[in-house]
Design a protein around this ligand. Structure first.
Ligand SMILES: Cc1cc2nc3c(=O)[nH]c(=O)nc-3n(C[C@H](O)[C@H](O)[C@H](O)COP(=O)(O)O)c2cc1C
Length: 309
């Protein structure tokens, strides 16, 4: 039996739900030799800001027992270089591209999102209001419902053809209330979760390992937290509103992806696992197909939100 893996993210048709998690696969060209990008349903870029950013000082990454802490600080080439040099490479992928957008002021975000609406290969904006590693802006927008709604509404105004995906922070007391605020303000899709705030200490020097002191935890350690949050947001907000969720947080194997699908995710992004096993996308895709066949399903959409409680 042929299995249909296609999904619809707010009107953007993907051949399968797999995507890169922002910041873990650059702008695609850096990883083309390591990651089989043809296994993807969509490509999600590193965060883009209006001006280029150097990011934080080193050390910026530290491995933890079941994941990694990063404090890259949104290092990126900036909008102009992205448009001139990276977009032509993304066009060669023949995949829908979602561009992650970050900034320190709402006007910055709006300028980047507006410019990206003129780029045909770009099909959506992923609004990063949840980065824990920058001192100004970043996470503040994502931890306050009113501010999250305001920035969502402002960006939505400049999204003509592009869908608006809002990326949620797990560093909040009630993620569903933030999700509800941004959906009410016009978000077409939600992505979740960004990294969890964390830190590591070098006990010999008695100093933080990361130059930024704190960082964002990702990888297998955060998966149960992410599954729980996707489950809650799906039941309380996304399912009633008909808004799809792109889930991320520790996906490395097919069973990880299946947990998120059953919890209510329509899209699946893989980040930290690409550093461990750049070939893992193929295994995830093949494992999902095997599961669907074994359970008598013809389409992946049949198991989205199929959790039984
Ligand atoms: C090295 C690194 C860089 C990241 N950079 C970004 C970024 O630029 N923008 C963003 O929205 N998320 C960024 N993230 C967060 C990921 O997109 C993702 O939300 C998070 O890592 C959880 O997924 P994972 O456990 O599969 O990595 C980054 C994560 C890592 C590990």
């Amino acid at each position: 039996m042929d299995i249909d893996l296609s999904v619809d993210i707010a009107g953007v048709q993907l051949a399968n739900p797999l995507m890169t998690a922002s910041g873990t696969c650059g702008y695609a060209d850096e990883y083309a030799d390591f990651v089989d990008l043809t296994t993807l349903g969509a490509f999600v870029t590193k965060s883009i800001t209006l001006e280029p950013r150097q990011g934080n000082d080193y050390e910026r990454v530290v491995e933890t027992r079941a994941g990694m802490l990063n404090a890259i600080g949104l290092a990126n080439v900036g909008l102009d270089v992205f448009l001139d040099q990276k977009v032509p490479l993304l066009e060669k992928l023949a995949l829908p591209v979602f561009v992650n957008v970050a900034g320190t002021t709402i006007d910055d975000y709006v300028a980047v999102a507006a410019a990206l609406d003129d780029v045909p290969v770009v099909r959506g904006i992923e609004l990063n209001i949840s980065c824990p590693n920058v001192k100004a802006g970043g996470i503040q927008f994502g931890t306050d419902g009113a501010q999250a709604a305001e920035i969502t509404a402002r960006i939505k105004e400049v999204c003509g053809k592009n869908i608006l995906i809002v990326k949620l922070s797990p560093n909040v007391t009630d993620i569903s209330s933030i999700a509800a605020a941004v959906v009410d303000a016009g978000a077409d899709a939600l992505s979740m979760i960004n990294t969890l705030a964390g830190m590591a200490i070098d006990t010999e020097t008695r100093r933080p390992v990361l130059a930024n002191v704190t960082g964002g935890l990702s990888g297998p350690a955060i998966r149960p937290v992410a599954v729980h949050m996707v489950h809650s947001v799906y039941r309380k907000v996304a399912s009633p509103a008909g808004v799809p969720i792109i889930a991320m947080g520790g996906i490395q194997y097919a069973n990880d992806a299946l947990e998120f699908l059953l919890a209510g995710a329509t899209g699946l992004a893989v980040g930290t696992a690409l550093f461990v096993d750049p070939a893992c996308l193929t295994g995830i895709r093949d494992g999902i197909v095997e599961y669907l066949q074994r359970h008598g399903h013809g389409a992946i959409t049949e198991i989205i939100g199929a959790l039984e409680i």
